[in-house]
Design a protein around this ligand. Structure first.
Ligand code: Q9C
Ligand code: ZN
Length: 645
């Protein structure tokens, strides 16, 4: 199942024809450099080339008015003065005799991508388009946008393929007000946007962009706005919003299709966004969305005005779509106070709509408002905007090694790891030495990941740790059996153990038991991922021990999501009794999308409460778990100040 790349040079053939500093950044080169970078890095050649088409009137009328379409149709025949005059009706946009043609191709490109994904021709894809779309409204152009490419694509997918639930993730740094307005009363489309807001001082300066605008009527709760009230947001801020807001809600919503308004003006170096997240982060954001909707993801270019950071970000997005492991995350010190205030406000505004957020309003007492100036540290923006060139990575030639008994068929997409020829007949001994050999190959990056069916997970783990002294390992155990192996307790491992019955071993910074009845996806998104990202392991060890309550699709989601860590290096240990899991695990390890989840049963109130309280207790050690501006130290320090003044 491949990745579509939709592109056509024709969309470079319009430009600003007069002096207008507000529009000068939207140039044809944006598209040229992005495409050239994909070709130069060899990524374009790995994609399925997919032609654009012109959108029909009917396609455009799915979102826009007849009057507006008729008006735009006249622009190819206008004189320069007419075009200038026409442009004045709208904000921050320009027209050109060829822009109507390009705008039809941009919509058509998005629809071609939806067709390729929905018919199963490809798994996912990206459309490189100009003009962008997310600001254009029913009867208005805005912010360089003429027709709303992604909004039209969502309506088209619903109409043509009877898709019930569409998730639109808008990571462009501007608020896609056009998309919001198109679906504000529609519960079948969940629209998520983060955007530079600065308490309404940043363009488009709308009250509608704040966290308390959540949608209307039946669509209440299906618009999620995360306002950034300061510039300079970094990788941690973006990841925290994904882990604590978007992903839990997305898994509860259970989309059948994911559309991304993929603007890269949210990356470092962009003159509009002035944020500090590095291009690497888009590999992770993409990866984190790739197992929703059975993998059906369509990314459509929006903004992005720094040609260097734009082209790097486009490459990293496509690299993830193709299934390459994301690069190791950098600079994750935890979200800043202003980001935490935004997160807290959004979670609280949505707590009555989403079970996963039902306790978000309670802790801490909500005397924090984004209407007030952030009380925490002001982050200093690096004066020189230099960021490392993303590493030119080479994925290992061998992807998934399977260490399984010879009577089991080798699962599709794997190769059978050789049994150690020096071992005796005894199956266990041969497994252990082969396991050691396998771990060594993972460490040397000769193999990306591995899967072993073992007779005793505890002993297998003891072997792994006996032979990987240098590595930092995140260990994830799933099941009701205490793992008694000699886990090193020196910070060389971070263990998270999911069980349904309470286990005996006490919690410490590096051993975190999580006892939940269900809600495992919620725990994965908002606890396991932030912990693991912050720990930044060299290897992830996922162990399925006896007595597990995790269903097959949740297990596959877990395997998929954890591959965003450690450059994709993962070893999965499964206890002999669960042979049936070998196939599905191997499939996820080799990059197939997790089978779609049923809409999740509302997470149990008790579970969510337990999870929130656990997160709260761990925030001192693990900053990426914070979801409110007043962490313990913060309260303590303010308390002291209040007492002394
Ligand atoms: N400096 C897109 O990224 N100008 N459109 C704002 C404030 C409008 C951006 C001026 C920016 C529109 C698709
Ligand atoms: Zn933008």
């Amino acid at each position: 199942m491949g990745t579509a790349l939709v592109h056509d040079e024709e969309m470079t053939r319009y430009k600003l024809l007069w002096f207008d500093p507000a529009c000068a950044i939207e140039t044809p080169e944006r598209l040229t450099v992005s495409h050239e970078a994909l070709v130069r890095t060899g990524l374009a050649a790995r994609c399925v080339p997919t032609p654009v088409r012109e959108a029909s009137d009917d396609d455009i009328l799915l979102v826009h008015s007849k009057e507006y379409l008729d008006a735009v149709k006249k622009t190819p025949y206008m004189t320069l003065d007419d075009l200038k005059e026409f442009t004045l009706h709208y904000g921050d946009v320009y027209f050109h005799p060829n822009i109507y043609h390009c705008a039809k191709l941009a919509v058509g490109a998005a629809l071609q991508l939806v067709d390729a994904v929905m018919t199963g021709k490809v798994r996912n894809g990206m459309a490189l388009v100009r003009p962008p779309g997310h600001h254009s409204m029913r009867s208005a152009a805005s912010g360089f946008c003429v027709f709303n490419n992604v909004a039209i694509a969502a309506k088209y997918a619903q109409q043509k393929y009877a898709v019930q639930r569409v998730l639109i993730v808008d990571w462009d740094i501007h608020h896609g007000q056009g998309v919001q307005y198109a679906f504000e009363d529609d519960p079948s489309v969940l629209y998520f946007s983060w955007h530079r807001y600065e308490h309404q001082e940043f363009w488009p300066n709308l009250r509608d962009s704040d966290y308390d605008c959540v949608g209307k009527d039946k669509g209440a709760g299906f618009t999620i706005n995360v306002p950034w009230n300061k510039i300079g947001m970094q990788n941690s801020d973006y990841l925290a919003v994904f882990c604590h807001v978007l992903l839990p809600v997305a898994y509860e919503f259970c989309p059948e299709l994911v559309l991304v308004c993929a603007g890269f003006d949210s990356a470092i170096g962009d003159p509009e966004g002035e944020m500090c997240a590095t291009p690497d982060i888009f590999a992770h954001l993409t990866h984190l969305l790739m197992n929703l909707a059975g993998g059906k993801l369509c990314a459509v270019l929006e903004g992005g005005y720094n040609l260097t950071s734009l082209s790097q970000s486009v490459c990293l997005t496509v690299q993830s779509l193709l299934g390459d492991p994301p690069p190791r995350p950098t600079e994750l010190q935890g979200p800043c106070q202003s980001a935490l205030e935004s997160i807290q406000c959004v979670r609280s505004a949505h707590s009555k709509y989403w079970s996963c957020l039902q306790h978000a309003a309670e802790r801490p007492p909500s005397d924090v408002s984004t209407k007030l100036e952030a009380s925490g540290e002001a982050r200093v923006i690096k004066a020189d905007l230099v960021w490392p060139q993303p590493a030119r990575h080479l994925p290992p030639a061998f992807c998934t090694a399977a260490l399984i008994p010879e009577d089991l068929l080798c699962p599709l997409g794997c190769f059978r790891f050789p049994w150690d020829p020096h071992s005796q007949r005894d199956v266990d001994v041969s497994t252990w030495s082969s396991l050691t050999a396998l771990v060594r190959r993972l460490e040397k990056n000769e193999i990306r990941n591995g899967l072993a069916l073992v007779s005793d997970v505890s002993m297998a783990m003891a072997h792994v740790f006996g032979h990987t002294p240098k590595q930092r390992v995140v260990v994830v155990c799933v099941g009701d059996t205490e793992v008694l192996s000699g886990l090193p307790e020196d910070g060389k491992t971070l263990t998270v153990h999911f069980s349904k019955e309470a286990l005996d071993k006490p919690r410490c910074k590096y051993y975190i038991p999580v006892c939940l009845k269900k809600s495992l996806m919620q725990a994965t998104c908002s606890l396991l991922l932030p912990l693991s990202y912050q720990y930044d392991p060299d290897l992830v060890l996922l162990a399925r021990v006896p007595g597990s309550h995790m269903g097959q699709s949740e297990w596959q989601q877990l395997v998929g999501l954890l591959q965003g860590l450690a450059g994709g290096h993962m070893l999965v240990l499964i206890q002999e009794g669960e042979k049936a899991l070998v196939g599905p695990t191997a499939s996820s390890l080799s990059g197939s999308p997790a089978s779609s989840l049923e809409p999740l049963p509302a997470p149990g109130a008790e579970d969510i409460e337990a999870l929130e309280s656990l997160k709260w207790q761990l925030t001192t050690d693990w900053k990426l778990l914070q979801t409110s501006a007043q962490c313990k130290e913060f309260t303590a320090c303010c308390g002291t100040k209040a007492a002394t003044t």
